[in-house]
Design a binder for this molecule. Structure first.
Ligand code: IMP
Ligand code: MG
Length: 183
């Protein structure tokens, strides 16, 4: 494979897990539920970069409400002993969320630490409500208690790529969800 910005793009063998049709049907259902639950209100969709990008772009077009779109970035570094201490949240602080209905949009919830830290931070800003929507959830991997109101699919403890999700910053552009095959 050709090198990307000086680093060799590593090929990871993967297999199809969720195809575009299945994902799209589920996103339509999520959009309908969210539109019904927040009927008569406006919503702030707060995407967690970068994994949210493809899911968020699709989901927002199936929400029939006045919607404001904002983003925050979260990066986790596995340096420390307690991983939650290593979750760095960039931006977000300048977004006025007081009294607003906030929907945190995640591509995937794994240990739940990122979503949990974000929900705690937003709660301090006194929103009218804060809920989480994720395309994928790994319930068996949760390490903190996290209430996920809307989820596309529950999956096992496997590593997935595509539809916005990466492996070493690659594969986000795959239009489906693939499961990385451990070799
Ligand atoms: P957390 O463990 O719930 O805090 O998730 C941390 C982040 O790890 C997620 O937002 C993703 O960026 C990443 N992640 C976890 N599992 C996967 C996966 O299977 N594929 C790609 N990224 C993942
Ligand atoms: Mg990642």
């Amino acid at each position: 494979m050709k090198s990307v910005q000086g680093k060799k793009a590593e090929f990871k063998p993967f297999e199809l897990m969720l195809d575009q049709k299945k994902i799209n049907q589920r996103i339509i259902q999520l959009g309908e539920s969210i539109s019904a639950d927040y009927a008569g209100e406006s919503l702030v969709m707060l995407g967690v970069l970068k994994g949210c990008i493809v899911f968020m772009a699709d989901l927002m077009r199936h929400i029939k409400l006045p919607v404001e779109v904002e983003f925050i970035s979260a990066a986790s570094y596995r340096h420390g002993i307690r991983r939650e201490d290593d979750i760095v949240i960039g931006g977000g602080v300048s977004i006025p969320l007081k009294g607003r209905h906030v929907l945190v949009v995640e591509g995937i919830v794994d240990t739940g630490r990122t979503a949990s830290v974000i929900v705690q931070k937003i709660t301090k800003m006194e929103p009218a409500s804060v809920e989480v929507v994720t395309l994928l959830d790994k319930p068996a991997s949760h390490r903190v208690k996290i209430n996920i109101k809307y989820k596309g699919f529950s999956i096992g403890n496997e590593f997935v790529i595509g539809f916005g999700l990466d492996n070493a910053q690659m594969y986000r552009n795959l239009p489906f969800i693939g499961r990385v095959i451990d070799s």
